[in-house]
Design a protein around this ligand. Sequence first.
Ligand code: BMA
Length: 318
Amino acid sequence: MKRHPHNPILTRSDIPDIAPHLIDCSSVFNPGAIKFGDKYLMMVRTQSRSRETFMVMAESSDGIHFKAEDHIVDFKGIEKVREKVYHIYDARITHLEGTYYIMFAMDMDAGCQLGLGQTDNFKEFKFLGITSNEDIRNGVLFPEKINGRYMRLDRPNKARHAGGPTSGSTIWLSASDNLIDWVPVAPVIDGRFHYWDEFIGSGPPPVKTRKGWLHIYHGVATHFGSANIYQAGIMLLALNDPSKVISRGFYNILEPREIWEVAGQVPNVVFPSGIVVHELDSEGFAKPESEVYVYYGAADTCVGLAVSTISELIINCG
Ligand code: BMA
């Protein structure tokens, strides 16, 4: 993928002071993204000086220059969760059955859980519930039912970086009839030890193409324990059974290189989490020649934009 020349497209100085939590915020990263009418929207993760994270919406008419809103996203109903929710982060936005769902990580005493929010207008947001009962992260909904069931990719946290947080080396396909209760269906891909994607997790929601579900994920190279390097890679999954991998690139398609990717509060991180495909055909498949915008967190500090096309991404699936 190619970096857009305007990068980084959003930095901490673009986030207005939002009293009392977000005054002079530390960082903004890992955005969910979607095209909503003629606007591009991001739900960004902002981090305060207390190191709590809060979601804030940002809007753009060209997908490049964004203006952040002056309030924190309020998922109505999340206050009813009985256990303590320390914070929520890493939104993935999916347009599904005429409405918009947001799946995000919830930092709780029991580990990380996956929460689900919903909105029709990106002004009012509902919290629909916790959709997991194990330590898990990187949940992304498919944009349609497959064989009559809702599907998502997720990443149980069953491993740990040396001295670091829980992580995982397998992305799973899970299914649900109501979007709240999920059952694992099958493992999709494993991390490849000794290579760029030892630990892995899903990136933005999968994109429907004529060749299969195109899916960007992140991979972490532990680099002999000295540093965790977060990169992006790509795969194609079968349209009618996304647990079947059609092809998976052996090389990463984006790695930390720019100064704002290699330096920041967590160095050496590109973390793709939002995608906008510009052209769909009449049946909703992404056109091969369509331009694709991929939004990513850089060094857990700012937001980057990488550009590609559907056909170029498919070629890179190997
Ligand atoms: C992962 C997640 C991401 C974060 C990344 C790099 O485990 O927590 O939110 O961007 O680590 O710190």
